[in-house]
Design a binder for this molecule. Sequence first.
Ligand code: 5GP
Ligand code: ZN
Length: 116
Amino acid sequence: MFKEDCLFCKIVAGTIPCNKVYEDEQILAFHDIAPAAPVHVLIIPKKHIDSMNEVTAEDLPLISDIHRVAIELAKQLGVAESGYRLINNCGPDSGQAVQHLHYHLLGGGKLGALTG
Ligand code: 5GP
Ligand code: ZN
């Protein structure tokens, strides 16, 4: 549930501050500290999950809820019509830097092409 050495668990616990945009019992969303777009919000489960690889069937309602929150936030932050991206990085090749499942909501300007 809570991982001692995890940055995002500390943000959930409130021991590291964040600029919060959404919170419910299971989900927290806050502005990225180094925004890659005019709107850059991170949406995370409060429960510690290392990455998408560790998502189980039991977690699927939570993943669905994260999607719902992303849609609500896109509207609230004014990017629903102009367009946005919801991204999850999983594992070394993706550049996942924080080992606590999170989704990037990016928008507010023309986004670069996806590479791979
Ligand atoms: P990843 O590369 O793991 O998909 O994304 C991690 C994201 O977390 C990065 O965009 C990075 O800027 C953001 N981040 C890292 N440390 C902090 C922090 O202490 N607070 C906030 N709000 N974002 C952070
Ligand atoms: Zn964690």
